[in-house]
Design a protein around this ligand. Structure first.
Ligand code: EPU
Length: 428
């Protein structure tokens, strides 16, 4: 059992390099199933969700080689037409992309129901609606999503009543090799949707409009191999902005796309953080008192739900009461009980949190209940007086590359310790 031990109260100074985007990588790796050839993928983040995708692809017969720390070569031509082990798939949310990718290549799919972070119910009805519009029959049986077609996927028109990042990507995957034109209306516009589309286009697909409400996919008979570089992780970069906001100091955040960060930086500037935007970097500092603000987490280009816990952690230390509304998930405030152990005063009513500021946070033993909740605890611990021990860190390592080394290099007092026995709070 590993945990993080953090001695807080030290401002952060130095430079941090942002890795490739987790949520793009977990879409692009299964998308290689659609390619008959060798894909070289650069800027791949070293996180456990990527390691799991590599295991899944290898279990299906793909040849996967690391050419460098962040470059993967994936050859899916020897793929066997069979489902990967259930145990692997239920460990990650993005396992649902296997359904879209297998339907696109084989015309049938079987994949375990997704696992990953638990924010209350996370249904897959919009994915199913999308597959059905492409002529698939889908049922869930014994924890397995089973999709079949008569003679392959067809093109179709899909209108999503409510948008879904995963369902948008899944319909692109399933339809990219279907004859004819598929139109996705009310599509999600997140940067990782665009990145998966760009990856597929660079392998010969014809997808237009990704990043807007309407995506058009003109099916092609096959995709060829090629080289692609994953975009930088908007949320990892935003997390370092939040870390400096909470702990103080000045850092340079390299390898970013400033446009993707505007929805995040605007809010942190309102909180009193100074941000200079370069071509591919940000210089971020916070010296004065943090200011209160209100935030509503909504789909892109709004403030991302995946930055909501980190922002709440920072607002605990502002100069007045803030209101944060979660507009995407039903239950993404479970972590506030852990923040309360550090002295935070947060009252949650449904999808709204009212944050009453405190003069300081104090170190405490806490447990990460999911990825972004876990990193919010890290941020609070960096600002807190005294020692914080964070359990459940496997959640954090699913999505943050080398976070301990990156924080240590900018002056944080954080280390990993290995202990025996059960965590003191249950990680889900
Ligand atoms: N939803 C449904 N039915 C569906 C699909 C989604 O009701 O069939 C609901 C969800 O329950 C949620 C909302 O629609 O309330 C939005 O879900 P969406 O499908 O957009 O999210 P996702 O594809 O499951 C991805 C990211 C999440 C990120 C969201 C929103 C991946 C693997 N996950 O999830 O990332 O929060 O988009 O941007 O790409 C994270 O990185 O911490 C994380 C949770």
């Amino acid at each position: 059992m590993k945990k993080y031990v953090i001695n807080g109260g030290k401002p952060l100074y130095g430079t941090v390099n942002i890795a490739g985007m987790k949520n793009a990588a977990v879409g692009i790796l299964p998308a290689t199933i659609l390619v008959e050839g060798v894909c070289r993928i650069e800027n791949v983040p070293k996180i456990s969700d990527v390691a799991l995708w590599i295991d899944i692809l290898c279990s299906m017969g793909a040849r996967v080689t690391y050419l460098s720390d962040s470059t993967l070569e994936i050859d899916t031509s020897p793929l066997r037409c069979e489902e990967p082990p259930y145990e692997m798939m239920r460990r990650m949310r993005a396992s649902y992309y296997l359904v879209g990718a297998m339907l696109g290549r084989y015309g049938w799919a079987r994949a375990g129901m997704p696992g990953g972070c638990d924010f209350g119910g996370r249904p897959i009805d919009r994915h199913i609606k999308g597959f059905e519009a492409l002529g698939a029959r889908v049922r869930v049986e014994n924890g397995i999503i089973c999709a079949t077609t008569d003679d392959g996927i067809k093109s179709g028109n899909i209108y999503f009543d409510d948008n879904s990042v995963g369902a948008t990507i899944n319909v692109m995957l399933a339809s990219v090799r279907a004859p004819g034109l598929t139109v996705i209306e009310n599509a999600s516009k997140e940067p990782h949707v665009v990145d998966v589309a760009n990856f597929l286009n660079s392998m010969g697909a014809v997808i237009r409009g990704a990043g807007t409400d309407v995506i058009k996919v003109r099916g092609v008979p096959r995709l060829h191999g090629g080289v692609y570089s994953i975009i930088p992780d908007q949320i990892e970069a935003g997390t370092f902005v939040a870390a400096v906001a909470a702990a103080g100091g000045e850092i340079v955040i390299n390898n970013i796309i400033p446009k993707h960060l505007e929805c995040i930086t605007t809010k942190f500037e309102e909180m009193g953080v100074t941000i200079f935007e370069g071509d591919d970097y940000l210089r971020v500092s916070r010296t004065g008192r943090l200011r209160r603000t209100n935030i509503r987490a909504i789909p892109y280009p709004g403030f991302p739900t995946d930055m909501q816990p980190q922002a709440v952690a920072v607002l605990c230390l502002a100069d007045g009461t803030s209101v944060v509304t979660e507009g995407v998930y039903d239950n993404r405030f479970r972590y506030v009980d852990e923040l309360a152990r550090m002295g935070a005063k947060i009252q949650v009513d449904g999808r709204t949190a009212i944050i009453t500021p405190v003069a300081e946070l104090t170190g405490a033993p806490v447990c990460a209940c999911d990825l972004r909740a876990g990193v919010a605890l890290v941020i609070s611990a960096l600002a807190a007086r005294g020692k914080t021990e964070i359990d459940g860190i496997l959640h954090i390592e699913r999505g943050y590359e080398d976070i301990v080394s990156k924080l240590r290099r900018i002056g944080a007092d954080i280390r990993i310790v290995t202990t025996d026995g059960e965590p003191f709070a249950r990680a889900i």
